[in-house]
Design a binder for this molecule. Sequence first.
Ligand code: LMR
Length: 343
Amino acid sequence: MLKYIYFVISLSMLFWTFGCQAKSYPLDHEQLSQEERIVIRFSHVVGEETPKGLAARKFAELMHERTDGFVEVQVFPNGYLYKDGEEIDALLKGDLQMIAPATSKVTEFVPEWMVMDLPFAFETLDQVHEYLYGPVGQELMNKLTDDGMLALGVWDNGFKQITNNRNPVIDPEDVSGLRFRIMPSDVIDRQFRLLGAIPEVYAFNEVFQLLENNEIDAQENTLSNISSKNIHTLQQYLTISNHGYLGYVILVNYDFWQQLPEDIRVIFQETLAEVTEWEMDLAQELNQKKREELTECQCIEIHEWTEKEREQWEEALKPVYSYYIDRFGAKYIEHLPVFKNDF
Ligand code: LMR
């Protein structure tokens, strides 16, 4: 976590050096019209009671409090304003100022980010943080700047689990022929194709309907996302697989950021750092709580992989690493905790 703080500090130093001139904001904010305030439209695609939903709200409340209402963060949850596939474009056009898409969703712009989708790349969230706030992670974040976005950090959701409505997923062959909803990432696509499953990219808020209409059989997500969209009510089998990470890159529109007064940027970054720490704990708690609820409700059959079962999957999915290396070299993966020279 300390590394995160360093990351934030180094960013703010960068902008103190190169950013626009400091400009004090008016003191009597309550008298200002909406046009005179700084409005940050923050859109996301999940429910309000999820780690991202709650963190977005907390960030908005703290920014309001700390700038006496001069900065108004308007949070639009559930993809009401922009769906998956639309929110990054809206950010780049300046229709939104802030978003927090899953890392898999920025791979269209910076495909190297697919490293975060590699199966079994991380076993713990601490490993994820160490990687993302280390030199390689920071390089990945910097790469987004070329596309007009600025990455200010990462929020966790947690590890993905597998649900489906055909059979328990224990061995790799068990997913063969299943139609999986996936996020847009070639690595995730490859992961399922290797096992004979049929991956299809859909927006998050379409998943419930797709399952209800039997247009897909299966999906992978964290327990807080599964539960918040009632996916468990439509699926028979849940595998606690922890096979891949799901987290969010906090992105702001680059030009918007450059134009922010310096004192506001500092408040923004300090607040974001604080909310990030809070969110990371919350995400773990919520996923744990959802696991207990799903166990208690007996509404879905749960299987947790044994060590031996997990090893079979690791073996079966090794070629995904070669696929990544063929496209981007070993640079981004050699710092992964999972990295072994035999990939
Ligand atoms: C998904 O599409 O499954 C996730 O990205 C949703 C989210 O933002 O957590």
